[in-house]
Design a protein around this ligand. Structure first.
Ligand code: ATP
Ligand code: MG
Length: 327
């Protein structure tokens, strides 16, 4: 049986961190075997909240290198840039006319963005249109599946409504995508808030061993535990939150050590460093191999964009036909 097609993208807004690995990339790697995966660098989406992006070519390249280094496989998945696919833009222009303004204005991300007048004056049409472009990204491949976390469900529902509206006018042309719900674990940053580029609290996938050590040094532990011999409360400690994910086999021992002051914060951090470093090490060596292959990323994108065009051009041709663009 043919695999169902699945589409997902990631914005090119900065270097990838452990949150991206845990929240998105591990899931993508697993999905590659079950679905016909189309993964794209969401270059246009990256501009919806900024006018200009410095060093975009290297941002795009580094993101693709990171994907491959964690196990996204160009033999299994189609890897491409949204910005190389004019079909997404063509379909977005068409779908914009199937989308009542109210649907977009009610979108939680848009409502958040236009809280006050000052915000309103800087929010762009691109931001408002985000869900329309997202719908085009998916529909242009007739994707049956989209991986989403619970918080993304309203966006996908909006996409499904836009597609239904198009189909009600032109016949069953576009596929209504289903959500592939993933348990997205929210990774916290070194300051205990959600790990995020904008908070500058992340551990990058490209972190060197020294950089990693430094980030772990900065992690906030139990503020009540001032001296080495003070007992601590692991449940308030950032390092312990990480051990829960990365050291499940020694968790009881670590919690006990913290509560009894048998284990000091320094040693506890060192244990975490060793775990995280061991996880990053194979990613680093795969990255080094990929970066040593001159022209490889260009090849991957060229092949991916060719395959993507094959599908998208066929879908677009059908749309042009039913809408009456062809003489
Ligand atoms: P920004 O600060 O610009 O919003 P970010 O670091 O939050 O950047 P996004 O580009 O918003 O990164 O995230 C892309 C996707 O990566 C998210 O939709 C989410 O699935 C995943 N992701 C990002 N940060 C985390 C995190 N801390 N924990 C789990 N998943 C995350
Ligand atoms: Mg974010």
């Amino acid at each position: 049986m043919a695999k169902k097609r699945l589409v997902s993208g990631m914005r090119t807004t900065g270097s990838l961190h452990l949150g991206h690995l845990e929240g998105t990339l591990k899931n993508w790697v697993a999905l590659q075997d079950t679905y016909d995966c189309f993964f794209f660098a969401a270059v246009w989406h990256a501009f919806t909240d900024r006018l200009k992006i410095d060093n975009l070519p290297s941002l795009i390249r580094e993101m693709i290198v990171d994907w491959l280094s964690v196990g996204i496989d160009p033999e299994k998945a189609v890897i491409f840039r949204q910005s190389a696919m004019h079909e997404h833009a063509e379909l977005a222009t068409i779908l914009a006319n199937c989308t009542p303004l109210g649907w977009l204005e009610r979108c939680p991300t848009f409502k958040d963005a236009v809280r006050d007048d000052e915000a309103r004056s800087s929010v762009t049409l691109g931001k408002l249109m985000y869900p329309v472009l997202m719908t085009a990204d998916i529909a242009v491949y007739n994707a049956a599946a989209v991986p989403v976390g619970k918080d993304q469900l309203p966006h996908l529902e909006l996409s499904r409504e836009i597609i239904r509206r198009f189909n009600s006018a032109f016949g069953d042309i576009l596929t209504e995508p289903e959500a592939v719900l993933s348990q997205v674990p929210l990774l916290i940053g070194i300051d205990k808030r959600k790990m995020s580029k904008s908070y500058n609290n992340g551990i990058d996938l490209r972190e060197s061993p020294e950089g990693l050590k430094n980030k772990i040094q900065q992690m906030i532990t139990d503020p009540q535990r001032v001296r080495r011999n003070d007992p601590g409360d692991p449940e308030v400690c950032t390092v312990y939150a990480y051990h829960k994910i990365y050291t499940p086999d020694r968790l009881a021992e670590i919690a006990e050590g913290c509560r009894t002051a048998g284990l000091g914060c320094r040693d506890c951090k060192l244990m975490l460093f060793e775990r995280l470093n061991a996880m990053l090490e194979p990613i680093r060596s795969r990255r080094a191999e990929i970066e040593a292959r001159h022209g490889y990323i260009e090849e991957v994108l060229e092949a991916g964009e060719k395959r993507a065009h094959l599908v998208a051009s066929e879908v677009m041709q059908q749309i042009r036909q039913v809408m009456g663009f062809l003489l």
